[in-house]
Design a protein around this ligand. Structure first.
Ligand code: GDP
Length: 298
């Protein structure tokens, strides 16, 4: 199935200015490197990563004459090199249920991603249970039920305002009783009160560990690509709140610059398990570093 490549946006559009296809070969000099750095920074890559990419590109090539295609290819190669180690699907484990805690700020795409994941796991023949752990947002619980119906997966809910940890415990009990392969637990994303959120997440972890000391087996952080550099601070915050084991980057179908993924990979090295490329149930793709790098550079 030809999945749509993540849209490259700004960087690929700007590349045309530095390396117009019709222009003659250009000498790789400091001025050109500076232009490339600015482009990379504009694509949300961040200063540090942009400098590393251009430094790697320049190595052994200063003073050489390069065509626009060669410049783009070199850039894509350097970007893919950073992305390759983090392009890893979520590992499946022997534990039953494999408990997947899904964290992230409200609006990042947690609910949607859980629905998409549930659907993919179902299609792979796995049995799945979802726990609607954001008990404070009635709308989120309703949305998750809609996604559960679409994916053909039961969604455990609790009355508005009730304790997410007891819901997680009940969901764990049910998933165990049914011999489910996976339990996907949605969580609250209110960063306004970090101490509360930290306690809430810690309590969920505590109660599920009463059932299985090795749980949660994965803690996925869902990030919205359109928030750009903000994604970096979200990783920092959530790493303090939970033991983040992997990332899902959503909304790469939009006008997101996408360069922030390179900064994330460079800075944190957390696996990118999947990318969201739309609002439909099948719009979750494996992360392909080369396809991404080529699309980013344009
Ligand atoms: P939550 O608050 O973190 O649970 O976020 P939701 O799952 O409710 O998503 C917030 C909005 O982003 C919804 O309108 C979703 O349809 C939309 N959304 C989620 N993932 C994607 C994606 O990959 N691409 C696009 N275009 N929209 C997405």
């Amino acid at each position: 199935e030809p999945s749509e490549a993540p849209k490259a946006g700004l960087l690929s559009r700007l590349m045309g200015r530095v390396a117009p296809a019709a222009a003659p070969r250009r000498v790789l000099d400091d001025a050109m490197l500076e232009q490339l750095e600015e482009l990379l920074i504009a694509s949300d890559m961040g200063v540090e990563t942009a400098l590393r990419v251009t430094a790697n590109l320049a190595e052994g090539r200063m003073g050489k004459r390069l065509s626009s295609d060669e410049i783009k290819k070199l850039l894509a190669t350097e970007i893919a090199r950073i992305m390759e180690p983090v392009a890893r699907p979520m590992p499946l484990m022997p534990q039953r249920p494999q408990v997947v805690l899904v964290v992230g700020v409200n609006g990042s795409g947690k609910t949607t991603t859980i629905g998409k994941l549930a659907s993919q796991f179902r299609a792979a023949g796995k049995s799945v249970v979802i726990a609607a752990g954001d008990t404070f947002r009635a709308a989120a619980v309703e949305q998750l039920q809609v996604w559960g119906d679409r994916a053909g997966v039961p969604v455990m809910t609790a009355p508005e305002g009730s304790d997410p940890a007891s819901l997680a415990f009940e969901a764990m009990t049910r998933a165990e009783a049914e011999g489910a392969d996976l339990l996907l637990i949605d969580t609250a994303g209110r960063l306004q009160n970090r101490a509360d959120l930290m306690e809430e997440l810690a309590k969920i972890v505590r109660v599920i560990r009463k059932k299985d000391p090795s749980a949660p087996h994965n803690t996925l952080l869902v990030l919205d690509a359109t928030t750009g550099q903000n994604a970096l601070s979200q990783v920092e915050v959530f790493q303090k709140l939970a033991d983040v084991s992997g990332l899902v980057m959503t909304k790469l179908d939009g006008t997101a610059k996408g360069g922030v993924l390179v900064a994330l990979a460079d800075r944190f090295g957390l696996p990118i398990h999947a990318i969201g490329v739309g609002e439909q149930i099948d719009d979750l793709d494996a992360f392909d570093p080369e396809e991404f790098a080529v699309a980013l550079v344009g």
